[in-house]
Design a protein around this ligand. Structure first.
Ligand SMILES: Nc1ncnc2c1ncn2[C@@H]1O[C@H](COP(=O)(O)OP(=O)(O)OP(=O)(O)O)[C@@H](O)[C@H]1O
Length: 788
């Protein structure tokens, strides 16, 4: 926000008086023209053109409810200047409907389609409120905006800086994953507006000296962000709490953190909640102590729940063809900006690394919750700038407004529910822009299509043209042999995907037993299907999984534990609620790591009914402090060095039982580990051999080519016409021959794709990639050796 220049005493006094006068006029204007509670300003006719704005004769003021332009609202000149400078002049529907109410201090529960301008609808009231309260640096924190993800918090902070450019407030971005927490603690009390993620806010509430919210009297909550004002100042008069993506912040994943935050806020506050998929749960609203909130849902009666300019399609893609389809899609849209959603961090990592090595011809990026914060922010900014493909988990699904519009949203893995679908596709077609989306559905997930249609989401079902598929599984097999690290990534992707399906709440859509597991494993390039312990019982007797000689993977076991701490048991035995919690934990892991850790602690109670109950009781009593990582209790009576092992039901096993059990039942794990090593060793040998052969062949081809070119030149110099078709015949290597092939077009390819040349295929690609010709030759060899 603006840095004030040194001014003379007189100038400061004059300015102060002018501001005082402006504030007094604004307050009179707001008071005299207040819309009635419960009315919808959108239903009022717009002000007549050229009608006077603001103070009229006889101490009257113009009507601001029903206004269509920002300049018709009772806003300070500083805010008006900030809006003008950012070229915001005409209000969107949600702004028109909510601002007249929020400016006069009411609590708001706002819902509007994605990309419809909800951010300004809560930033403006905060800035205005603090201005009218004459909030200054010595007053401390006056408003808090809470966002579920760090990237979204960063984006909201930027909007705040834009609108508040001409104000004198100080504002701070407090998000997890940053090392400067100590420095933050020193400055946080001097900030007027905080934009933060829930975990970091709570950390400051708990750890920062004098960071005391008990003085808060008013809070606005907007769209899954909270804005709380002045946490520390003794003279704090009013505060604003904003929740952006409110339904997300209010759901189970953030429950404890939010309860702990709210417990430290005074009950009397203005609260603004906004989301494209707003909560209507009375319990949620009670938790926030909303007072007669204005429920503003501007698109409730709209024909569709998604933006009108969004073209949405869905198609059936069997699990084992998802990567082929994605690859074909990317290759057909090399000039687009594409956002690809996958279900877990591991999926994202694997697909990103694999595709990067296969060089599709467009820069690739990935974003997930396990990345370092600086990297996350860097990727987010880069994706704003350039045409590229961003593989992401749901961490990018809400609120983000990528600067240069996203052309396509591709949902490779089915969203958890309708709300999640709405937010994901909402990353495109923002404000007045158009956009397209495609959803891959497995045959077993077709119920999702029905649910979308019931929720007024116009998804057009299209048939995939499988003839145009460009298969990649062969290439992936080759990659896995060449890069041992990729084997691990593939295995982890495989297991976490199955787990993500297994723990889904909506069993009508998600059924892990309907998945073709072996084919899926092969499609990732894995030579054998890793054994998934949690599916063991279900696999037995099921035809779909029947014939596989499953390989137990110790690595994958570790990975499972890392994904969901405390979960070593058969999730199938969990109560529905516990499963829901696990799922939440997975999600939180993506959005807010520190919260995620806290959530994980709940799962330890899950297998045991009574302990789970304790967790429920805890939920009801707002903690003053959300649990940090639970300290391990040391059992002093346990002999040093003994390992406690749990069976699939959660019972402890005697120390040697597991070994004995393995002996009796299955010692294939160790054998298979050896087999696997052997297999990869053989593969590497074969690859070396194939490599040698290829080199010889290549040399031979090049020699032939040189000879032919020489002959051609000779013929040319003898005055004979050159035969155009002969050129193709002379093209030396297979790879070069392919260079002249056009990339296949799949779906509605971009108009300019057809111009794409092979040289573009090298853009943004890592140096350790292998050429397409090499890959294909290798893949063929491998496949034939695998079948023989
Ligand atoms: N009055 C306006 N005039 C012009 N552009 C606007 C206006 N209001 C918002 N925008 C632009 O519209 C885009 C979407 O706005 P915003 O991010 O606030 O949407 P949203 O409703 O919060 O979306 P989501 O539900 O995805 O969070 C932004 O690029 C923003 O700059």
């Amino acid at each position: 926000m603006r840095k004030s220049k040194p001014k003379s005493k007189q100038t400061r006094r004059d300015r102060h008086e002018a501001e005082q006068e402006e504030i007094s006029k604004l307050n009179q204007w707001i008071d005299s023209q207040k819309p009635d509670s419960g009315t919808n300003p959108l239903s009022l006719p717009p002000l007549p053109k050229d009608a006077p704005i603001g103070p009229l004769q006889d101490d009257k003021f113009s009507r601001y409810s029903g206004a269509t332009m920002f300049k018709e609202l009772p806003l300070s000149k500083r805010t008006q200047d900030g809006l003008k400078r950012a070229n915001f002049s005409k209000m969107t529907d949600i702004q028109r409907a909510s601002l007249p109410h929020s400016l006069c201090g009411r609590d708001i529960l706002g819902a509007a389609k994605t990309g419809s301008g909800k951010t300004l609808a809560f930033i403006i009231p905060i800035v205005e409120k603090l201005y009218k309260e004459r909030w200054g640096s010595e007053d401390g924190v006056g408003g808090i905006i809470i966002s579920p993800t760090r990237e979204l918090a960063g984006q909201l902070f930027d909007v705040l800086k834009t609108v508040g450019k001409f104000h004198n407030f100080s504002a701070g971005l407090l998000i997890g994953g940053r090392k400067e927490v100590e420095m933050e603690k020193e400055h946080v009390n001097a900030l007027n507006i905080l934009v933060c993620t829930p975990g970091r806010l709570l950390q400051h509430m708990d750890e920062t000296p004098n960071f005391d919210c008990s003085q808060l009297q008013k809070t606005f909550v907007v769209e899954s962000c909270f804005v709380l004002s002045d946490l520390s100042a003794l003279l704090a008069i009013e505060q604003v709490l904003v929740l952006d993506e409110a339904d997300r912040i209010l759901d189970v994943g953030f429950k404890k953190t939010l309860n702990a935050i709210v417990a430290q806020l005074p009950k009397c506050r203005q609260t603004l909640l906004f989301s494209a998929t707003q909560t209507k749960s009375i319990q949620d609203l009670a938790r926030l102590s909303l007072k007669d909130p204005e429920y503003i849902s501007v698109h409730e009666d709209a024909e569709t729940a998604t933006p009108n300019r969004l073209q949405q399609t869905a198609m059936i893609v069997p699990l084992e063809q998802k990567l082929d389809m994605l690859w074909s899609f990317v290759k057909a849209h090399l000039n687009s900006k594409i956002l690809v959603f996958l279900s877990s961090c591991k999926q994202v990592k694997f697909v990103f690394e694999a595709f990067k090595k296969l060089r599709p011809g467009i820069p690739l990026k990935c974003l997930h919750g396990r990345m370092k914060q600086e990297k996350r922010m860097g990727i987010y900014s880069q994706f704003c700038e350039s045409h590229s493909v961003l593989f992401s988990t749901d961490v990018a699904s809400r609120g983000l407004d990528f600067n240069k519009a996203v052309d396509w949203v591709v949902q490779v893995d089915c969203p958890d529910d309708v709300a999640s679908y709405i937010h994901r596709v909402g990353r495109t077609a923002r404000y007045l822009a158009g956009g397209r989306s495609v959803l891959f559905l497995m045959p077993s997930e077709m119920k999702m299509l029905e649910k979308l249609q019931t929720a007024k989401i116009p998804v057009q079902f299209i048939k995939a043209n499988t003839k145009r598929l460009q298969p990649v599984s062969g290439l992936l097999s080759a990659l896995l042999v060449k890069y041992p690290d990729m084997q691990q990534l593939a295995q982890r992707a495989f297991i976490t995907y199955l787990r993500s399906i297994h723990i889904q709440k909506d069993k009508e859509v998600f059924d892990v037993l309907k998945l073709s597991i072996e084919e899926f494993s092969a499609s990732l390039g894995l030579p054998m299907t890793p054994k998934v312990r949690f599916l063991n019982q279900k696999i037995k007797g099921k035809k779909a999984f029947g014939k596989s000689a499953l390989l137990e993977s110790e690595d994958s076991e570790k990975e499972d534990a890392a994904e969901i701490p405390g979960e070593k048991l058969d999730i199938g035995n969990f109560r529905e609620e516990s499963v829901a919690r696990l799922k939440e934990n997975l999600e939180i892991g993506d959005s807010e790591e520190e919260d995620g850790e806290k959530g994980f602690l709940q799962t330890k109670n899950a297998p045991n009914g009574s302990e789970a109950k304790t967790g429920e009781i805890e939920d009801l009593v707002p903690a003053t402090r959300v649990l940090k990582k639970k300290k391990l209790k040391i059992n002093v009576h346990r002999p040093v060095g003994t390992r406690v092992v749990f069976d699939e039901e959660g019972n402890t096993l005697p120390p040697l039982a597991r070994v004995a059990d393995r002996k009796n039942v299955d010692n294939s794990s160790l054998l298979d580990q050896d087999k696997r090593e052997e297999y990869y060793k053989n593969m590497r040998e074969q690859m070396k051999h194939v490599d040698k052969e290829d080199k010889v062949l290549d040399r031979q081809r090049r020699r032939e080519k040189r000879i032919k070119e020489k002959m051609k030149r000779k013929i040319g110099s003898m005055g004979l016409e050159e035969d155009g078709e002969g050129e193709d015949d002379l093209s030396g290597s297979e790879g070069e021959g392919r260079k002249h092939k056009r990339s296949k077009i799949y779906f509605d390819s971009d108009s300019d794709n057809a111009e794409m040349t092979e040289s573009k295929d090298n853009a943004g690609i890592s140096t350790d990639s292998i050429s397409l010709a090499d890959q294909e030759a290798l893949a063929l060899k491998l496949l034939s050796s695998m079948h023989s």
